[in-house]
Design a protein around this ligand. Structure first.
Ligand code: ARG
Length: 408
């Protein structure tokens, strides 16, 4: 008998990807290798997930701990780029896909698989990201997205197919939302949230307490950075992974980090998204604050533009791309002196700057002060303003006074 082709599946252990294991075997005649990535999601027992795949006849299954790699490469760049799509969403799903894709491709090479499969729907961003990353890493690999292909469009039809094909059906009721989470935060979509006028139900939140139930006394937190990378919390040096976990706890217990937004998907759909991103928002805010004293005005202005571009490109799935590499090269320079400490006050869902310092600060008190010890030369301002306003005074003289020269 000819050897079957092999497919590597991004496997989560849920109903969809469990049905997919069997579907790839029966409908596509493939040998399945099921890979489950630990990117810090709240899924307790990934070994159990692995066993489940093997029980269903997967020829190989692995639960891979990708957390350190995810943190030290992707999350690190995201902090340096203040990565927030449409200025709001810290990109948690978009950031996890590249590291998972890289491992899927590595495993495909290791086992001689020709194909990679995933369980994403045909309407979302994650299909775009997986496939764009995989195409960049190895354009020769084939991709199967069963959910885009099969007729199992309702949960009932999927459950029926599962029981007919000996797929273990989860005993738990269908979750009312679609959730994706990892150490950079949690995304909640679907269900009652699809009506944009509906209030987010209290039960969607798990990483953050309700701000009204947060402690009655403020909590102060100090976050230190070295070259744009968080290095300590409250003076305690930490690697990035434990530091992010700690940041999630601190911000989460103070009710900070909830987002409810309408977001523009790659495929052209606007969607209602709720997120909780306590740690990521805290660290990005701290990083932005530190950049405000260590980068000059023009670099900051350019960087804000680059940051926006970085976030869009990563959201669109272009992690492995020339443009993302180029912006990261820009940041390798901009981050050289982004070192120092920011102190925030967290109180019932709010985050306030409380102090900031850096050995490389461009903030010069002797220039800024209105008190003693002023070193700023006030007499130089007149000449500066004469030249600064030359453009508009010339215009006014030639084409009439500005008051009478208005649009429309
Ligand atoms: N809208 C977010 C994004 O595209 C979150 C996607 C969450 N994925 C999911 N399967 N629930 O990045």
């Amino acid at each position: 008998m000819a050897e079957k082709e092999k497919v590597v599946l991004a496997y989560s252990g849920g109903l969809d990807t469990s049905v997919i294991v069997r579907w790839l075997q029966t409908e596509k005649n493939l040998d399945v290798i099921a890979i489950c990535g630990n990117v810090g999601q709240d899924e307790k027992d990934l070994e159990w997930v692995k066993e489940k795949a093997l029980k269903m006849g997967a020829i190989h299954s692995e639960a891979l701990d990708m957390r350190e790699e995810y943190c030290n490469t992707i999350v690190k760049s995201a902090i340096q780029a203040n990565g927030e799509y449409e200025g709001v969403y810290p990109l948690l799903s978009a950031l996890s896909r590249p590291v998972i894709s890289k491992h899927l491709v590595d495993i495909a090479h290791q086992y001689g698989a020709t194909t990679i499969a995933h369980g994403c729907t045909g309407k979302g961003n994650d299909q775009v990201r997986f496939e764009t990353c995989i195409h960049a890493l190895d354009p020769s690999l084939k991709i199967i997205a069963p959910v885009r292909e099969w007729d199992l469009t309702t949960r009932e039809s999927e459950m029926d197919w599962a029981s007919q094909h000996d797929v273990p059906i989860p005993v738990t009721k269908k979750k009312p939302y679609s959730i994706d989470d990892n150490l950079w935060g949690r995304a909640i979509e679907c269900g009652v949230l699809e009506d944009s006028w509906n209030q987010p139900p209290a039960d969607i939140w798990t990483m953050t307490v309700d701000p009204t139930e947060a402690p009655d006394t403020p909590e102060f937190v100090e976050i230190s950075f070295e070259q744009g990378v968080p290095s300590a919390i409250n003076g305690e040096k930490m690697d990035l992974l434990p530091l992010v976990i700690e940041a999630n706890k601190i911000a989460g217990r103070n009710g900070y980090g909830r987002i409810d937004m309408i977001e523009d998907r790659v495929v052209g759909i606007k969607s209602r998204e709720c997120y909780e991103c306590p740690g990521s928002m805290l660290l990005i805010e701290a990083h932005k604050a530190l950049e405000s004293i260590t980068l000059d005005r023009e670099t900051l202005k350019l960087k804000q533009h680059m940051d926006q571009e970085w976030a869009s490109q990563v959201y669109y799935g272009y992690w492995f791309s020339q443009v993302r590499n180029a912006i990261d090269a820009f940041n390798a320079y901009t981050q050289k002196f982004v070192s120092g400490t920011v102190r925030f006050k967290l109180y019932k869902g709010s985050l306030l700057m409380d102090g900031i310092k850096s050995d490389y600060s461009l903030y010069d008190e002797s220039l800024a002060t209105y008190g003693e010890g002023d070193t700023f030369d006030r007499t130089a301002s007149k000449g500066f303003i004469d030249l600064h306003s030359l453009m508009t005074s010339t215009w006014s003289k030639a084409q009439g006074p500005a008051s009478g020269n208005q649009p429309a």
